[in-house]
Design a protein around this ligand. Structure first.
Ligand code: HEC
Length: 110
Protein backbone atom coordinates (compact mmCIF):
# COMPACT_ATOMS: atom_id res chain seq x y z
CA UNK A 1 0.00 0.00 0.00
CA UNK A 2 3.01 2.32 0.40
CA UNK A 3 3.92 2.09 -3.29
CA UNK A 4 1.13 4.12 -4.80
CA UNK A 5 1.59 7.36 -2.83
CA UNK A 6 5.34 7.14 -3.38
CA UNK A 7 4.95 6.77 -7.13
CA UNK A 8 2.49 9.60 -7.11
CA UNK A 9 4.93 11.80 -5.22
CA UNK A 10 7.72 10.94 -7.65
CA UNK A 11 5.67 11.65 -10.75
CA UNK A 12 4.46 14.90 -9.21
CA UNK A 13 8.04 15.92 -8.46
CA UNK A 14 9.05 15.11 -12.03
CA UNK A 15 6.13 17.08 -13.44
CA UNK A 16 7.07 20.10 -11.36
CA UNK A 17 10.74 19.80 -12.31
CA UNK A 18 9.90 19.80 -16.03
CA UNK A 19 8.11 23.14 -15.78
CA UNK A 20 10.53 26.06 -15.69
CA UNK A 21 9.98 28.16 -12.57
CA UNK A 22 10.00 31.36 -14.55
CA UNK A 23 9.13 30.93 -18.19
CA UNK A 24 11.40 33.27 -20.10
CA UNK A 25 9.74 34.99 -22.98
CA UNK A 26 11.15 34.85 -26.48
CA UNK A 27 10.27 38.13 -28.26
CA UNK A 28 10.80 36.64 -31.74
CA UNK A 29 8.18 33.94 -31.11
CA UNK A 30 5.98 36.49 -29.44
CA UNK A 31 6.02 38.67 -32.53
CA UNK A 32 4.53 35.83 -34.59
CA UNK A 33 1.95 35.01 -31.92
CA UNK A 34 0.98 38.65 -31.49
CA UNK A 35 0.32 39.16 -35.18
CA UNK A 36 -3.47 38.80 -34.86
CA UNK A 37 -3.55 41.14 -31.85
CA UNK A 38 -2.57 44.16 -33.89
CA UNK A 39 -5.90 43.92 -35.73
CA UNK A 40 -7.46 45.48 -32.64
CA UNK A 41 -4.63 46.69 -30.44
CA UNK A 42 -2.57 48.26 -33.20
CA UNK A 43 -5.18 50.87 -34.06
CA UNK A 44 -5.06 54.08 -32.05
CA UNK A 45 -8.42 54.92 -30.41
CA UNK A 46 -10.00 51.82 -31.93
CA UNK A 47 -13.26 50.73 -30.35
CA UNK A 48 -14.76 47.29 -30.26
CA UNK A 49 -18.16 47.24 -31.99
CA UNK A 50 -19.74 44.96 -29.43
CA UNK A 51 -19.51 45.11 -26.51
CA UNK A 52 -18.31 48.63 -27.03
CA UNK A 53 -14.95 49.05 -25.36
CA UNK A 54 -11.98 51.18 -26.03
CA UNK A 55 -9.24 48.75 -26.99
CA UNK A 56 -6.35 49.33 -24.58
CA UNK A 57 -2.87 49.99 -25.90
CA UNK A 58 -0.61 47.05 -25.21
CA UNK A 59 2.55 47.96 -27.17
CA UNK A 60 5.16 49.03 -24.63
CA UNK A 61 3.03 47.80 -21.73
CA UNK A 62 4.82 46.33 -18.70
CA UNK A 63 5.77 42.68 -19.26
CA UNK A 64 4.40 41.41 -15.95
CA UNK A 65 1.18 43.31 -16.51
CA UNK A 66 0.63 41.63 -19.88
CA UNK A 67 1.39 38.20 -18.43
CA UNK A 68 -1.07 38.84 -15.59
CA UNK A 69 -3.82 40.14 -17.89
CA UNK A 70 -3.54 37.27 -20.39
CA UNK A 71 -3.37 34.67 -17.64
CA UNK A 72 -6.50 36.11 -16.03
CA UNK A 73 -8.36 36.04 -19.35
CA UNK A 74 -7.32 32.46 -20.03
CA UNK A 75 -8.42 31.34 -16.57
CA UNK A 76 -11.66 33.27 -16.78
CA UNK A 77 -10.72 35.50 -13.83
CA UNK A 78 -11.08 38.47 -16.11
CA UNK A 79 -13.66 38.19 -18.79
CA UNK A 80 -14.06 39.74 -22.17
CA UNK A 81 -15.42 37.57 -25.01
CA UNK A 82 -12.66 38.29 -27.52
CA UNK A 83 -9.76 38.38 -25.13
CA UNK A 84 -10.82 35.21 -23.33
CA UNK A 85 -11.05 33.43 -26.68
CA UNK A 86 -7.60 34.71 -27.66
CA UNK A 87 -5.94 33.95 -24.36
CA UNK A 88 -7.43 30.50 -23.78
CA UNK A 89 -5.52 29.14 -26.76
CA UNK A 90 -2.15 30.18 -25.31
CA UNK A 91 0.20 28.20 -23.12
CA UNK A 92 2.12 29.89 -20.30
CA UNK A 93 5.13 29.95 -22.62
CA UNK A 94 3.11 31.61 -25.40
CA UNK A 95 1.98 34.27 -22.95
CA UNK A 96 5.56 34.86 -21.79
CA UNK A 97 6.71 35.18 -25.42
CA UNK A 98 3.94 37.62 -26.28
CA UNK A 99 4.64 39.71 -23.18
CA UNK A 100 8.37 39.78 -23.98
CA UNK A 101 7.60 41.03 -27.47
CA UNK A 102 4.93 43.59 -26.61
CA UNK A 103 6.88 45.07 -23.71
CA UNK A 104 9.85 45.57 -26.02
CA UNK A 105 7.83 47.89 -28.26
CA UNK A 106 7.77 51.63 -27.86
CA UNK A 107 4.42 52.94 -26.61
CA UNK A 108 2.44 54.53 -29.42
CA UNK A 109 3.09 58.25 -29.72
CA UNK A 110 0.21 60.42 -28.63
C1 HEC B 1 -11.13 41.68 -31.58
C2 HEC B 1 -10.26 42.65 -30.95
C3 HEC B 1 -9.10 42.16 -30.12
C4 HEC B 1 -8.11 41.26 -30.48
C5 HEC B 1 -7.94 40.51 -31.79
C6 HEC B 1 -7.21 41.19 -29.35
N1 HEC B 1 -7.64 41.99 -28.34
FE1 HEC B 1 -6.73 42.27 -26.50
N2 HEC B 1 -8.27 43.42 -25.89
C7 HEC B 1 -9.35 43.82 -26.67
C8 HEC B 1 -10.26 44.58 -25.86
C9 HEC B 1 -11.57 45.20 -26.34
C10 HEC B 1 -9.69 44.65 -24.55
C11 HEC B 1 -10.27 45.29 -23.30
C12 HEC B 1 -11.11 44.24 -22.62
C13 HEC B 1 -11.32 44.45 -21.16
O1 HEC B 1 -11.53 45.60 -20.76
O2 HEC B 1 -11.24 43.46 -20.42
C14 HEC B 1 -8.43 43.91 -24.62
C15 HEC B 1 -7.55 43.77 -23.55
C16 HEC B 1 -6.28 43.23 -23.64
C17 HEC B 1 -5.28 43.25 -22.58
C18 HEC B 1 -5.44 43.91 -21.22
C19 HEC B 1 -4.98 45.34 -21.39
C20 HEC B 1 -5.18 46.20 -20.18
O3 HEC B 1 -4.74 47.38 -20.24
O4 HEC B 1 -5.73 45.75 -19.19
C21 HEC B 1 -4.18 42.62 -23.05
C22 HEC B 1 -2.86 42.42 -22.33
C23 HEC B 1 -4.49 42.17 -24.39
N3 HEC B 1 -5.77 42.56 -24.72
C24 HEC B 1 -3.63 41.47 -25.20
C25 HEC B 1 -3.98 40.94 -26.45
C26 HEC B 1 -3.16 40.02 -27.19
C27 HEC B 1 -1.77 39.56 -26.76
C28 HEC B 1 -3.85 39.71 -28.32
C29 HEC B 1 -3.44 38.75 -29.42
C30 HEC B 1 -3.16 37.42 -29.05
C31 HEC B 1 -5.10 40.43 -28.30
N4 HEC B 1 -5.15 41.15 -27.14
C32 HEC B 1 -6.07 40.39 -29.30
C33 HEC B 1 -9.54 43.52 -28.01
C34 HEC B 1 -8.79 42.61 -28.76
Amino acid sequence: MMKTPLLFAISLALAIASVPAHAKGDPAKGKTLAYTCTGCHGIVEYKNAYPSYRVPKIGGQNEQYIVAALTEYSKGERSHPTMSAQASSFSAQDIADIAAYLSSLKPAAK
